[in-house]
Design a binder for this molecule. Structure first.
Ligand SMILES: Nc1nc2c(ncn2[C@@H]2O[C@H](COP(=O)(O)OP(=O)(O)OP(=O)(O)O)[C@@H](O)[C@H]2O)c(=O)[nH]1
Ligand SMILES: [Mg+2]
Length: 456
């Protein structure tokens, strides 16, 4: 357990109406007392505000402030915690922090990013999914993101994963009993069919949870949608129409867009990063070729591709290459420029994925396209009532647990001994424990908390 005292400015850099300095650890109260002029902190009721002055040893007043103490273990960090609400000038707040550090014995230091929340985790106030939800809540850019982080912070994901983990451990304990007491008829009741039933049920629950990942991630991080097609099909025009601004250069000559043009638009609360790419074709000159190379890289990273085909020109070899490029990926086909007379029928396009007819110029079909993009990422009737998975870390751990369950089923089919099955159950339970932080490493904690803001 940490025994140092940490100090940080918890409000963002810049000047504001108020600014907060936080101190956490065993030295929090003495440290406050050393710079405080007002009712003595030792007499305070926890979590009640007191007004006073922050002063230097020479008696110079730095600021008039409000302050409270939350005493261990009843605080955000689980340690003694002091919050000083000062006036929000950043220079002033830095002076207060400098003063505190100057007065401290050697155990007080500046906090690292996320260290207050890390302490809350280390003291068992919250688990790892809840700590991650704190960062998500701060970073959320839409209502659904806030709601999702709120649910995770309330422990809904931990509850779900914790229940699965307990089921695995109970099953394992029953198997161990069968192994340890082969003569005891009371514990021999667990039949292969029942074990396999219970493994199947867990497998189903994990699969259901994994199925929420795309949506959860979409709400938390937003999504990337690449606009792709041969030159001149109307990609940049579509970007501009969806953004309702003149963002990307549109011109009648093919090969206009070379650099990638990216902009975020929000549709039904979902942050969609639209990426206008260079038209893909053979025999382009050098600069355009570089643009095409970059386009291909961004297309590879996109969550969804809008593949554009110009309805006013006959389909050609370049269009076929686009179909090939996007064929294996999540994509929507767009039949563009429908304000013009068609050169081929919409039905000529392979009907493997939705085809939408649009005119960027006249705004036709754009509402349908907006809806289709959102529907691709969000299941109907949700910004969901249930918990969504939104972190890759959680997804990977669940996938590993799932693989281990599959391994157990394979083992059962081959009638391998109970010892092996029981040890695999423990491995699966460990993977679930990684999600909530029952099983963790310093490296993982460092990785998670370093992404937090300073002072949180
Ligand atoms: N009639 C009509 N013309 C359009 C429409 N969309 C785009 N155009 C025209 O098609 C030409 C090419 O449009 P862009 O949006 O620059 O096409 P692009 O796919 O970005 O082209 P590159 O960047 O060269 O690959 C321009 O002259 C546009 O005005 C449309 O919906 N209707
Ligand atoms: Mg363009």
């Amino acid at each position: 357990m940490p025994n140092s005292t940490i100090i940080a400015i918890s409000t963002p850099p810049g000047n504001g109406a108020i600014g907060i300095v936080r101190i956490s650890g065993p030295g929090a109260e003495p440290l406050l007392t050393s710079v405080w002029q007002g009712p003595p902190p030792s007499s305070w009721t926890p979590k009640h505000l007191y007004s006073g002055h922050i002063v230097t040893p020479e008696g110079q007043c730095l600021d008039e402030v409000l302050c409270f103490i939350a005493r261990a273990p009843h605080s955000y960090t689980g340690e003694d915690l002091v919050e000083i609400q000062a006036h929000g000038g950043h220079y002033l707040l830095e002076l207060i922090v400098t003063q505190l550090l100057a007065m401290s014995t050697k155990s007080a230091r500046l906090a690292k990013p996320g260290e207050f929340t890390q302490r809350a985790f280390l003291h068992g106030r919250i688990d790892l999914t809840q700590a991650e939800a704190v960062a998500d809540l701060i970073a959320a850019t839409n209502q659904a993101g806030v709601r999702q982080a709120g649910r995770q912070l309330a422990g809904k994901l931990s509850e779900l994963v914790g229940k699965m983990r307990r089921d695995l451990l109970v099953l394992r304990a029953q198997m161990e009993a069968m192994i340890d007491f082969p003569e005891d008829e009371d514990v021999q009741g667990l039949h292969t069919a029942e074990i396999s039933d219970r493994v199947n049920t867990l497998e189903g629950k994990i699969t259901d949870l994994l199925a929420t990942y795309q949506e959860g991630r979409a709400w938390r991080e937003g999504v990337r949608v690449a606009i792709v097609g041969k030159p001149n099909v109307g990609k940049s025009s579509l970007l501009n129409a969806l953004l309702r601004e003149d963002r990307s250069i549109v011109h009648e000559s093919p090969g206009t867009t070379r650099d990638l043009v990216e902009e975020v638009c929000t549709i039904n609360g979902l942050a969609i990063r639209l990426i206008d790419t260079a038209g893909i074709r053979q025999g382009a000159e050098q600069v355009e070729q570089e643009g095409i190379k970059r386009s291909r890289q961004r297309i590879a990273q996109a969550d969804l591709i809008l593949a554009l085909f110009d309805s006013s020109r006959p389909l050609d070899q370049e269009d076929l290459q686009i179909m090939e490029l996007v064929g294996a990926r999540d994509h929507v086909k767009l039949y563009t420029k429908i304000d013009r007379p068609p050169a081929f029928a919409e039905t000529t396009l392979p009907q493997t994925v939705p085809i939408l007819a649009i005119s960027a110029q006249d705004g036709l079909g754009l509402e349908g396209l907006r809806k289709a993009m959102v529907q691709h990422f969000v299941r109907p009737n949700t910004a969901s009532a249930e918990v969504c998975l939104s972190h890759l870390r959680h997804k990977l751990a669940l996938e590993q647990a799932l693989q281990t369950l599959q391994h157990i089923k394979d083992g059962m089919a081959q009638q391998i001994s109970l010892e092996f099955l029981a040890s695999d159950l423990l491995i699966a339970a460990r993977h679930l424990g990684e999600i909530t932080g029952e099983i963790t490493t310093d490296e993982l904690l460092g990785e998670i908390f370093s992404k937090f803001c300073l002072g949180k």
